[in-house]
Design a protein around this ligand. Structure first.
Ligand code: NI
Length: 225
């Protein structure tokens, strides 16, 4: 499932975050790439352990906790602390797959089920820089307004096209979901969204209660917590 979550951050929050990021120290992005990724990765990042990355990363996770669409789609269990990257002057990231397991700051392992990119630059401010995600239905180009987020399965091959004008600044991170299987997670989201629409249209009813119980019982059957 490739899912667009609009307005995770409002305009002022994006501007504040950008002001801090534009004044920050950036390092070569290859520091966090695996052997295959390092060969094709040409961008800059904030050091993962920098106080600024930690502070802004917490703000991003707090904003996501307020998004019911994100929570219903991702069913998050644990997150890798968010990182920040910048592409400019032809910077790009060739086709790659993200590592299946990431080590958290506390030394625990996290299985990457979902990858997230939160755009922090408006599309009119740079050329290129599309996130291209390949799945079984072909490839999808993603370039979203600042403050919007894209969620996609970490199993997908993906790339970032060269940025030929301006700078593309984003926040990116991975999460382990309570529901490991992408198909099961997608069905739960469809059921959740349909139920919300039914409830808004007809109010509560015996049938909606029965379907809500079914949602929770499926989640109970599939969740690994
Ligand atoms: Ni990647």
């Amino acid at each position: 499932m490739l899912l667009h979550v609009p307005q995770v951050l409002h305009a002022q929050a994006v501007r504040d975050m950008r002001a801090a990021l534009d004044a920050a120290d950036w390092v070569d992005g290859r520091a966090t790439a695996g052997a295959q990724g390092a060969g094709v990765k040409h961008n800059q990042q904030l050091a993962a352990d920098s106080p600024l990355a930690r502070t802004l990363g917490r703000q991003v996770l707090q904003a996501l906790a307020r998004s019911s669409l994100f929570r219903a789609a991702a069913l998050p269990q644990r997150f890798v602390p968010p990182l920040f990257n910048r592409y400019q002057g032809g910077g790009r990231y060739g086709m790659h797959v993200d590592g299946a397991v990431q080590v958290l700051p506390d030394g625990e392992n996290l299985r990457t089920d979902l990858s997230c990119t939160l755009f922090l630059t408006d599309p009119q401010d740079y050329d290129g820089g599309e996130l291209v995600v390949a799945d079984t239905y072909g490839t999808h180009e993603v370039k979203l307004p600042a403050g919007d987020l894209i969620l996609y399965p970490s199993t997908s091959l993906h790339r970032v096209e060269p940025v030929t004008r301006g700078a593309r600044v984003s926040c990116f991170f991975w999460l382990q979901s309570m529901v490991r299987d992408d198909g099961q997670r997608s069905m739960l989201l469809e059921l959740d969204q349909a139920l919300q629409k039914l409830r808004a249209r007809h109010g509560d009813s015996e049938e909606i209660l029965a379907l809500t119980a079914l949602y929770h019982n499926l989640l109970r059957a599939w969740a690994l917590t």
